[in-house]
Design a protein around this ligand. Sequence first.
Ligand code: SF4
Ligand code: SF4
Length: 443
Amino acid sequence: MSPRLSFRHGVHPPERKELSAAAKIRRMPFPSEVVLPLSQHTGKPARLIVAEGDRVERGDKLGVAEGFISSPVHASASGTVAGIDLWPHPDGTYKPAVRITVHPYSAQAPRPRIVPHWEDLAPGGIVQAVQDAGVVGLGGAAFPTHVKLSPPKDVQIDTLLINGAECEPYLTTDHHIMLEYPERVHLGIRIMMRALSVDRVMIGIERNKPDAIEAIRATLPTDLDVTVHPLTVKYPQGAEKMLIKALLGREVPSGKLPLHVGVVVQNVGSVAAIAEVFETGLPLIERIVTVSGRGIRQPSNLIVPVGTKVRDLIAACDGLTEDAHEIVFGGPMMGAPQASLDVPILKGTTGVIVLSRDETKPKESYACIRCGHCLDACPVFLNPQLLGQLALAGRYEETEAHHIWDCMLCGCCSYVCPSNIPLSQLFQVTRTAIGRLKALAAA
Ligand code: SF4
Ligand code: SF4
């Protein structure tokens, strides 16, 4: 029997993946308008290079990367730039975005382009092609992938971990990528191995996806050291630090990154996206999104043009049910509730979950009863109860002394809290406040 690969602490929320687990990936129709924010990745926003009235073809650049930790943004549909506006962003703010009126009679065929052959490229050439294509982490964090493929010269990477855990409830995006496109995943792995010059790859998949494990195993390359590892089903098994602990037994120290323990972690969807860049020559202009929850009539796994408004996505899934109550981008543990049906799908949007009233938590919270459940749940061994008290009191320096920056914002503490205290949301707000205060002090 294989060992139970996992980590300490964590939680077991209801999975609810059955709603969309049987839904094969299908392509949604092009909407009449797409809205592409210049900031949809970690790092500096892209720099705009188009103007109102410009005609653009699918795949054309709208904005170029502004520095190394940045990513270009491309048109996801052929049409006319109708405006450059401040537009509702899934992070709750308004951000500059390019609004494109989609040409109603266009076949949406991209311009003919030269497809670089990855085997003829040096590692640096692969990294450049990945940056030019605007590939970012598709697991939610949207960190530019070319940066992960460029570790510092003095760091030795010995293992590439492919993250197929998909531990957030409801989401079945990565599940279906592995099930329906296993060869694409393996091609992406080959390309990444060359870019990173690594010889060993481990693919971690939670045991609740036996058909995906089978599909990936059945197509494993015989000429490479690539292995598949079924993981214990536990949240947040897909967090990078938890995956490294489960598969390699290595601890990423406080304040350090996976590369400091010789590892690069890449989401399975990003790996497939890299393969697609070299198969089609097209940049990252569409992605697979799970649309699920009891508030949607037809739970689906859809290929969606980046920039599609959530109202068009809902229409492509037969609309809302009568008890639809809340829309969340991402999964219910780490996702962000949305206040507008005009927010666009970003490169990093894994899922749109429409929760019915009985799937949502009550909003009221109560005083801490010092039960300690949050300490027992925290996968990185923080003291959420103490951090929460310090954050509420505005004692920001002390929250830093108690490692608030090591918090993964995974939501385990909020999930188990019997007083319904929104701890992880509190830590997110506190970190934003600390960042702003530091920027002001440095100005
Ligand atoms: S949100 Fe932060 S403090 Fe809470 S359980 Fe997750 S890592 Fe720990
Ligand atoms: S779980 Fe909630 S009530 Fe219990 S100690 Fe933590 S913050 Fe307090």
